[in-house]
Design a protein around this ligand. Structure first.
Ligand code: DOR
Ligand code: ZN
Length: 353
């Protein structure tokens, strides 16, 4: 069989955790290999809360990239109940900051400084609506009485929808939607509402985590849901609909902190995301819509130009050979195992010469 090749605009990752220090040094190269830009999550310890923090973090990211890498980190600020609206507006006006991240306090990794009472951030959100600065939302309630598999649906009904009515014109990205409810709500909104979908939520459901043994490397937040939700996410991703685009939520944790009595949430997909996505889109007979999902819809929402560079994905006869884990100065990080054999690889730029 001859190789099948598709060429698309270079993709962007609209939701990425790069961490800091030794982990940043170890993982940055992997996102920069395929992606031109990424929205960088601010949930460091301590979090990235001010323009000055974002500028310093951006410098550390640039320093961690290999020579010659072309990768633009799009910085975000971590919204707290004491965020300074003027500082935020100045950081946006200078082009330093592309979005602001809302973590409900306690919802996920390093979210302790997040928002407890939405009332306290309304003035900041109104300012963001005024200047058109998008709010990236981790959409889960943290109420211990709400079942973890229902937290996204309950968040939409009790927090997100009321919030969008209260601050009309606020541009919102529902980050990593994991349910049919999330997809339906995104579709019900106007152009100010969009949603990212991760690679792993297109490939796993909750059985992967829990059936036949507990598999910590499939644990992330929001947790993967039942199969019908995965099907709804796949339909949304391959639809070509502008509201849906890739945010990998690639979230490295060392093996030690994942394989633990209280393992961290997060799946590392930076190295094999494009191979996985080509597999999914091929399965769905939608390879012609892969580019919309990875390279066109995100820039359209963020009002940025699509990348001019192209990458090619090639489907060969033999399985793609990629390491099951990567080494970092913060320990080894396990790469997402999609549970299927992958045949699509990103062609090296020199490969066709
Ligand atoms: O699984 C997750 N990991 N979900 C998040 O929201 C945060 C992330 C992380 O920072 O590890
Ligand atoms: Zn995330």
């Amino acid at each position: 069989m001859t190789d099948t090749r598709i060429t698309i605009r270079r993709p962007d990752d609209w939701h990425l955790h790069l961490r800091d220090g030794a982990m940043l040094e170890g993982v940055a190269v992997h996102s920069a290999a395929h992606f031109a830009r990424a929205i960088i999550m601010p949930n460091l310890v301590p979090p990235v809360v001010s323009g000055a923090d974002a500028a310093a973090y951006r410098e550390r990211i640039m320093a961690a990239l290999p020579d010659g890498a072309t990768f633009e980190p799009l910085m975000t600020l971590y919204l707290t109940e004491t965020t300074d609206a003027d500082d935020l507006a100045a950081a946006a006006a200078s082009g330093l900051v592309t979005a602001v991240k809302l973590y409900p306090a306690g919802a996920t990794t390093n979210s302790d400084s997040g928002v407890r009472n939405i009332d306290n951030v309304i003035p900041v959100l109104e300012r963001m609506a005024e200047i058109g600065l998008p709010l990236c939302v981790h959409g889960e309630v943290t109420d211990p009485d709400v079942d973890i598999f229902d937290r996204e649906a309950v968040f939409i009904e009790t927090v997100l929808d009321p919030l969008r009515r209260r601050v009309p014109g606020l541009r919102v990205v529902m980050e990593h939607v994991t349910t049919g409810d999330g997809v339906d709500y995104a579709l019900s909104g106007n152009d100010d509402l969009a949603a990212t979908i991760t690679t792993h939520h297109l490939m796993i459901n909750r059985n992967h985590i829990l059936a036949g043994g507990i598999r910590p490397h499939y644990y992330c937040l929001p947790v993967a849901k039942r199969e019908r939700h995965r099907q709804a996410l796949r339909a949304a991703a391959v639809s070509g609909e502008q509201k849906f685009f890739l945010g990998t939520d690639s979230a490295p944790h060392s093996v030690e902190t994942k394989e633990n009595a209280c393992g961290c949430a997060g799946i590392f997909t930076a190295t094999n995301t494009m191979s996985c996505l080509a597999h999914v889109f091929e399965q769905e007979s939608a390879l012609d819509r892969l580019e919309a999902f990875t390279s066109l819809n995100g820039p359209a929402f963020y009002r940025l130009p699509a990348n001019e560079e192209r990458i090619s994905l090639v489907r060969g006869d033999s399985p793609v050979d990629y390491p099951p884990s990567i080494e970092t100065g913060a320990g080894p990080v396990v790469v997402f195992d999609p549970g299927v054999t992958l045949y699509w690889r990103v062609e090296d730029l020199g490969e066709r010469a």
